[in-house]
Design a binder for this molecule. Structure first.
Ligand SMILES: [Fe+2]
Ligand SMILES: [Fe+2]
Length: 308
C-alpha cells in the first residue's frame, strides 16, 4: 500500500484535470434567483412557528432539516480535506472551490425554508448552532479512504436532495433541491474518477479503503440533533434508504463503474477485502428489499445504514 504522500503526488495531475473538467461543466448560478421572495413576510417579535404554516409530512420536514444542516456543516470538512490533500497545487484549489460551492447550497436551502416557513426557524437555528459548535467532521485514516468516502457521500447527498425536491410538492422547492443536487453530482464525478485512477495506481490499497468505507458508511449527518430519528423518517419516506443505497450507489458505482469484482493483481489482504465487500453489498441489497416490503406492510423503521 502506497503512502498518502506518494498517492497525492502521483494523482495531482489527475486532480488538476478533474478540476478543469469540473469548472468547465459548471454554470454559475445564484441562490437569490431561486428563492420565492414574494411569498415571504416579516416575522413578528413574538412569532411562534406552527406546522400549519405549510402542509408537509413530518418525514419531508425531517429531510429538509437534515439536508440543510448537512450543508451547513460541510464547509467545516475543509479542515480534514486540507489536512489530507494539502493546501497547494490542484488539491488546494479544488478543496477551496468545493468549500465555496457547499456554502452556496446552505444559503439557497435556508433562504427557501425561511421564506416559505416550511420549518421552525428557531429550532433550525438552534440545531445549526449545536451542530457547528460540536465541530464534528469525518476523519478518514488515509487519502484513499477519504476519496472513497466522499465519492459515496456526494452521490448519496445528490440523491437525497433530488428525492427531497420531489416530495416537497412545491415547484420552487423542487428547483432549489434540483440545482443543489446537480452540483453534488459534479462533486461525485470528481471523486468517482479519482478513485478510478487510484485503482490503477494502488489497486490493493484502494480496494481495502472502499471496503472500509462501505462497511462504515453513514450519511453525513454528524452532529445533527436527533439524527437517527430523522434518518429513520427519511428512510420510511423512501427519500434515502437501503434499497436506494444499494441500487443507485453500490451497484452502479462500486461494482459496475469501479469494477471491483474484475480487478486483477490484488494482494491477499485486498482479495479478502474484496470478497467481504461483494458480500456486504449483496447483504445490503437483500436488506433493502426486505425493508421495502415490510414498509409497505407496516411502518417499520429501518436501522442505520452502517448496521448492515
Ligand atoms: Fe452540498
Ligand atoms: Fe457536494
Amino acid at each position: 500500500m502506497l503512502s498518502d504522500d506518494v498517492i497525492l503526488a502521483e494523482l495531482e495531475p489527475t486532480a488538476g484535470e478533474l478540476l478543469e473538467r469540473h469548472l468547465a461543466s459548471t454554470k454559475e448560478w445564484f441562490p437569490h434567483t431561486l428563492v420565492p421572495w414574494s411569498r415571504g413576510r416579516d416575522f413578528d417579535a413574538d412569532y411562534e412557528w406552527s406546522p400549519e404554516e405549510v402542509v408537509l409530512p413530518d418525514e419531508v420536514r425531517s429531510s429538509l432539516f437534515v439536508n440543510l444542516l448537512t450543508e451547513d456543516n460541510l464547509p467545516y470538512y475543509f479542515r480534514t480535506i486540507e489536512r489530507m490533500f494539502g493546501a497547494d497545487s490542484a488539491w488546494g484549489v479544488w478543496a477551496r472551490r468545493w468549500t465555496a460551492e457547499e456554502g452556496r447550497h446552505s444559503i439557497v436551502i435556508r433562504d427557501y425554508l425561511t421564506v416559505t416557513r416550511a420549518i421552525d426557524p428557531v429550532a433550525l437555528e438552534r440545531a445549526r448552532m449545536a451542530q457547528v459548535e460540536c465541530g464534528e467532521v469525518p476523519e478518514p485514516e488515509t487519502a484513499l479512504d477519504g476519496f472513497a468516502y466522499v465519492a459515496l457521500q456526494e452521490l448519496a447527498t445528490r440523491i437525497a436532495h433530488h428525492n427531497t425536491g420531489k416530495v416537497v410538492e412545491d415547484k420552487a422547492g423542487y428547483e432549489v433541491m434540483k440545482k443543489v443536487a446537480s452540483d453534488e453530482n459534479r462533486h461525485h464525478l470528481f471523486y468517482r474518477d479519482l478513485v478510478t485512477k487510484a485503482l490503477e495506481l494502488d489497486p490493493s490499497g484502494m480496494v481495502c479503503a472502499i471496503e472500509r468505507q462501505v462497511r462504515t458508511f453513514e450519511m453525513p449527518g454528524t452532529g445533527i440533533i436527533d439524527f437517527e430519528v430523522h434518518a429513520k423518517a427519511i428512510a420510511k419516506a423512501g427519500i434515502y434508504d437501503f434499497a436506494i443505497h444499494h441500487d443507485q450507489i453500490l451497484v452502479p458505482v462500486v461494482l459496475r463503474h469501479w469494477g471491483v469484482e474484475a480487478l486483477e493483481g490484488l494482494d491477499a489482504e485486498a482479495e479478502q477485502a474484496r470478497a467481504a465487500l461483494v458480500k456486504r453489498i449483496e447483504r445490503i441489497g437483500k436488506a433493502g428489499r426486505r425493508f421495502a416490503t415490510r414498509r409497505q406492510e407496516t411502518t417499520a423503521a429501518e436501522p442505520e445504514l452502517a448496521g448492515v
